[in-house]
Design a protein around this ligand. Structure first.
Ligand code: F6R
Length: 599
């Protein structure tokens, strides 16, 4: 949610910053801007729209300098236009700020600053930071930022430059910020992809830390000014993983790389008929597991609940992180809070985690991004290891989360001294191969997509473990094709949604073979009787269900526990092809951002 990059060094700064913004575009893309200091003045260019619009405008200007900051915006306060784009400057145009987050008391601060004669030009909450720093500036940027921060309430990842100072001052509370350490050059960024091409050495700032960055040095302090020594981490991702590698979109690439991604999630975790995980608390003492997450990760949590209850025999609850944090949940030291997050930065999930910690729960994170805030705050964790997920719509993270949750349930069962289902383990080990088989349906799915590309509404239905898959299929379609879609437990439709069904309503049934197949067939008949148009995801050798469906998509037959992984694949592809056939920007759907670091 909003992307920040900054640089101090000898490289050609404008292409470097623009390239960094491009890599952060998944975080927001309604406007962008860049500001470079040549030690005499600040030169700023901003544009409405994507980074490519900014790049066109920058071409006609000379923006040389050794220090610069840049920003790609996901609007919270104020419409997406040039005035609201960052960087924001003070009245004298001597200092510039870029900000990711929300300043909650911006109205009160705006009143105060206006009374003092500051001219606020934008509708954003962020611009007041520039004016506050200006108010306190007396030839010491760091001191002025510190004073400004004392007045600010809310969340920020912040970078500030001043034309007279050879430094970038950065601060973090609630919104991610990293420092990239180079050879006689330094970077700051919201996320690793922006700087990976230049350095793999990063420092993760924590909340309430301030860093002063000069060309060869960084000093990190807390709000009281005490110096903090932090480790430099080495990033394991490589630049190739950040590229589309010939695919039209990152989303398609990420769907297609699921066999490898899931193999990476499994690597080293199944050995000699046992599950190997590192959980640093006593599993025997678990009373209950609460799983919190948002969006797609919440869907995997629903599947995780099934696993934890049926395999580990532990009561499990699932909560939207945004709801959990505000409803005085009853949590004790015998509960374990599992937080699931691809990015590891989702504000609501992080807040739910912190709430659980205050209530003494043990915490475990299932996270993809190494070093992200959630991974640094949980007691224990399971990394997904699926590599960077850049398409805004989550795909490989979802299937990997399901795998991680299954491993967790099996692990708990095993640690409780019970036998675990060896056959299930064997099947799980083979799942990358089955995913590969499912992906071979891509051409067929494209044809199905072409039939329904003009539909205005979709229903997605599934039962048991595949109800969350139906929810996930509907979410994928909504996000990237802007078609209204609802997911329901199949048997629930007769309690309301069946009223929607007519010949214009495509109904996607997740109907692979399991003990509920006969029930699903009855639900299909109810839809058929009302002229609904059925798209069915069925097992490879199915004959019966296929007779009821108007379009069928076959997937390899797997045991029930693994069916959500396989069944998610055609739904991801269906959403992808519909959105692509509509000519939409699949990787950057309107109004969305990959990492939601505001409430
Ligand atoms: C859907 C999607 C979002 C995220 C949600 C949580 O495709 O990407 O719904 O799943 O914002 O994000 P993480 O998993 O990063 O916490």
């Amino acid at each position: 949610m909003c992307g920040i990059i900054g640089y101090i060094g000898n490289k050609d700064i404008t292409p470097l910053l623009l390239d960094g913004l491009q890599k952060l575009e998944y975080r927001g893309y309604d406007s962008a801007g860049i500001c470079v200091s040549d030690k005499q003045q600040l030169k700023t260019v901003k544009a409405k729209g994507k980074i490519s619009e900014l790049a066109k405008k920058v071409k006609s200007k000379t923006l040389n300098g050794a220090i610069g900051i840049a920003h790609t915006r996901w609007a919270t306060h104020g419409e997406p236009n040039e005035a609201n784009a960052h960087p924001h400057l003070d009245c004298k145009q001597e200092l510039a700020i870029v900000h990711n987050g929300i300043i909650e008391n911006h109205q009160a601060l705006t009143e105060l600053l206006k009374k003092e004669g500051h001219k606020i030009k934008s509708q954003t909450d962020s611009e007041i930071i520039a004016h506050l720093v200006e108010k306190f500036y007396k030839n010491d940027l760091e001191a002025a930022v510190r004073q400004a921060l004392k007045l600010i309430e809310g969340a920020f990842g912040l970078a500030v430059i001043h034309k007279d100072e050879n430094k970038i001052v950065v601060a973090r509370k609630g919104s991610p910020l990293i420092i990239g350490v180079g050879e006689n050059e330094m970077f700051i960024a919201s996320d690793i992809p922006a700087i990976l091409e230049h350095t793999k050495r990063v420092i993760y700032l924590n909340d309430n830390e301030i860093a002063v960055i000069t060309q060869g040095k960084y000093i990190i302090t807390n709000l009281e000014g005490e110096q903090i020594n932090k480790e430099v981490d080495e990033i394991k991702w490589n630049v190739e993983q950040m590229e589309k590698k010939g695919f039209k979109h990152f989303m398609l690439k990420e769907i297609m790389e699921q066999p490898e991604a899931i193999a990476n999630t499994l690597r080293g975790r199944i050995k000699d008929g046992k599950v190997k995980l590192t959980v640093d608390f006593d599993i025997q003492k678990i009373n209950r597991i609460i799983i919190t997450a948002c969006g797609t990760s919440w869907h995997s949590a629903l599947i995780g609940k099934h696993f934890l209850e049926s395999i580990a025999q532990i009561p499990a609850e699932v909560d939207y992180a945004s709801e959990f944090r505000y409803r005085s949940p009853i949590v004790s030291s015998e509960d374990v809070m599992v937080v699931i997050s691809q990015s590891g930065e989702t504000a609501d999930t992080l807040a739910a985690l912190r709430e659980a910690k205050v209530k003494q729960a043990k915490t475990l994170g299932i996270v993809n991004v190494v070093g992200s805030t959630i991974t640094r705050e949980v007691d224990s964790g399971i990394y997904l290891h699926v590599g960077p997920e850049i398409g805004v719509a989550s795909t490989k993270a979802f299937t990997s989360q399901v795998v991680a949750l299954l491993l967790l349930a099996l692990y708990i069962r095993q640690q409780q001294g019970h036998e675990i289902d060896k056959d299930l383990l064997k099947q799980l080990d083979k799942i990358p191969y089955q995913i590969n088989q499912a992906l071979k349906q891509a051409d067929n799915i494209k044809e199905v997509a072409a039939k329904f590309v003009d539909s205005k509404n979709f229903l997605y239905l599934g039962r048991g473990l595949n109800f969350p898959v139906a929810l996930e299929g509907a979410l994928k379609l909504k996000e990237i094709s802007y078609i209204h879609a609802e997911g329901y437990p199949a048997a629930e439709i007769k309690h309301g949604p069946i009223a929607l069904i007519d010949e214009d309503m495509p109904v996607v049934f997740v109907a692979t073979k399991n003990n509920l197949s006969q029930k699903i067939i009855s639900n299909m008949q109810e839809v058929k009787a009302r002229d609904g148009n059925i798209i069915a995801i069925v097992s490879q050798d199915d004959k019966e269900i296929s007779k009821l469906a108007d379009s069928i998509i076959k997937v390899p037959e797997v045991i029930d526990e693994l069916s959500p992984i396989i069944n998610a694949i055609p739904l991801q592809l269906l959403a992808y092809y519909i959105a692509d056939l509509k000519g939409l920007d699949v990787d950057k759907p309107r109004n969305l951002a990959k990492s939601v670091t505001v409430e």
